[in-house]
Design a protein around this ligand. Structure first.
Ligand SMILES: [Zn+2]
Ligand SMILES: [Zn+2]
Length: 238
């Protein structure tokens, strides 16, 4: 038994290094996430460890969320609400970019919220989150004064959505921001269909090019933001 212990330590060490290496390869070049960063009027970043969610103003005393983080206790989200003197019941709507666990962790803390996701993502969300509104590609919805437009960008998952609200384009895991200011596609390792993800990003760039002035900021779940639509259109032109 005593002899097994050092080997166990080696195995645990190697596993830890392996996990560390996977995370470095996946996220090492990412722009850092800054908690509390204001991306546009009424749009705030909430850093929940390695992933971010976003808090959007809806009406006085009411907010919406883009995703709800990894933490089931929602410490970062509840703290962000508390800084504004808001209770969990002030979350009127949640817009889910996709159904992976690190984006839906805290959803159960906001039972009063309307929950939106693309129709194609419902199978992945079944039994985990109660979606109240299934969205179609191009659908415009809203809560209070907030207007949210949904774009289907299948690839990372079949029902991955990008949302445009208040001049910010929220990618979830469909893209990321590099430290050098370029946009990168979804991390292959964690994506269902990486080729389809790249095709979806190209299609989105073409769709939004005529409306480029509407897009001020590109926001990503696992990295800091980029400015303007250009990083997306440059990526699409490669
Ligand atoms: Zn994901
Ligand atoms: Zn993620």
């Amino acid at each position: 038994m005593k002899r097994a212990l050092p080997w166990l330590a080696v195995i645990v060490g190697v596993l830890a290094l392996g996990v560390g290496a996977v995370f470095y390869v996946a996220f090492g070049r990412n722009r850092p996430i800054v908690d509390g960063q204001v991306l546009a009027p009424g749009v705030e970043t909430v850093k929940d460890g390695f992933v971010s969610a976003f808090l959007l103003d809806v009406a006085p005393g009411k907010v919406a969320l883009i995703d709800c983080g990894n933490d089931k206790q929602g410490q970062a989200l509840l703290a962000a609400l508390q800084r504004r003197g808001l209770p969990p019941s002030s979350v009127a709507a949640i817009f889910l970019t996709h159904g992976h666990g690190d984006h839906i962790g805290g959803c159960g803390l906001f039972p009063d919220a309307q929950v939106y996701a693309l129709q194609e993502e419902l199978p992945l969300l079944a039994g985990k989150v109660r979606v109240t509104h299934a969205l179609r590609d191009g659908e415009v919805t809203g809560a209070g004064l907030l207007r949210v437009e949904a774009f289907a960008t299948p690839g990372h998952t079949s029902g991955s959505a990008v949302y445009l609200a208040n001049g910010v384009l929220f990618f979830g895991d469909s893209a990321g921001g590099n430290k050098d200011g370029t946009l990168m596609p979804a991390v292959r390792l964690f994506s269902q269909a990486p080729g389809q993800n790249v095709a979806s990003l190209r299609a989105l760039a073409a769709r939004l090019l005529p409306r480029a002035r509407e897009v001020r900021v590109l926001a990503f779940a696992h990295s800091g933001p980029l400015e303007g639509l250009q990083p997306l259109t440059r990526f699409a032109a490669q």
